[in-house]
Design a protein around this ligand. Structure first.
Ligand code: F6R
Length: 244
């Protein structure tokens, strides 16, 4: 039995508004909720909408906590291509969330196992993720959980596939500058969230969207595991749901 709700929107801007509705509803009923956040192009209209809604007095981020999905290995927080920098620029610097209430895996961790364990512990101490935001990679990755022979469990280091490095090189000067590994929440971390909201936009995501939710559940398509999550909402634009 598929528990996935699919919300279809006209374009990425409308996707952002529908996703923001989910965040607004949660934050207004649970002001100290825990958000799982994502980077990339897909969440940008959502983040712009959330900033506008706080400015309009509709949401208050001052008690919200957030844990990001992933970070590139080897990039410092002030590196312009790091995910910490992305979050500061595109969301955190413009809302009232407290800096100490935002966590992103440490790209410079000397002891990777300790950093990953501490990350999981912090989420647990906060009471777990209430709403996990996801994008999806062309190969079905969520966070940086790439296609594999088994589903990962907790936060861990992950080598990046050539496809993902190619897809992300648009943010760097050249492919050589794209890190070859990342730290990411595991599939287990994502599945533990009480609610999942996935944003999918663009015709280039139509095949993988169909495969993930209407194909077999397999670690070769990491997002397909979401078919087993009890509360998933996929918000997609017309282009992305062309094959559904
Ligand atoms: C980002 C992340 C990735 C992206 C995915 C899609 O934190 O975890 O899984 O969600 O690569 O990226 P965009 O939205 O840029 O197409």
């Amino acid at each position: 039995m598929l528990h996935v709700h699919i919300l279809k929107a006209k374009d990425p801007a409308e996707v952002g508004k529908l996703a923001a509705d989910q965040f607004e509803a949660l934050i207004n009923t649970k002001p100290a909720c825990v958000l799982g956040l994502a980077t990339g192009s897909s969440p940008l209209p959502l983040y712009r909408e959330l900033i506008a809604r706080e400015k309009a007095g509709k949401i208050d981020f001052s008690r919200v906590r957030s844990a990001n999905l992933d970070e590139y290995k080897g990039l410092a927080p002030d590196h312009p291509q790091s995910y910490r920098y992305f979050m500061q620029e595109n969301l955190f610097n413009h809302i009232s969330i407290k800096p100490e209430n935002t966590i992103v895996p440490d790209g410079l961790a000397a002891d990777v196992d300790a950093m990953c364990a501490a990350y999981e512990r912090q989420i647990e101490e906060w009471g777990g993720v209430d709403l996990q935001l996801l994008g999806i990679g062309h190969d079905g990755h969520i966070g940086f959980n790439e296609p594999d022979s088994q589903f990962s469990t907790m936060t861990h280091e992950m080598p990046l596939t050539q496809m993902t490095r190619e897809a992300n090189k648009r943010f760097f000067n050249s492919i050589d500058e794209v890190p070859t590994a990342a730290y990411t929440m595991g599939i287990g971390t994502v599945m533990a969230a009480r609610k999942v909201v996935m944003i999918v936009t663009g015709r280039d995501k139509a095949e993988i969207l169909k495969k993930s939710f209407f194909g077999p559940v397999t670690p070769e398509v990491p997002a397909s595991i979401l078919q087993f999550h009890p509360d998933v909402t996929v918000i997609c634009d017309e282009a992305a749901c062309e094959l559904l």
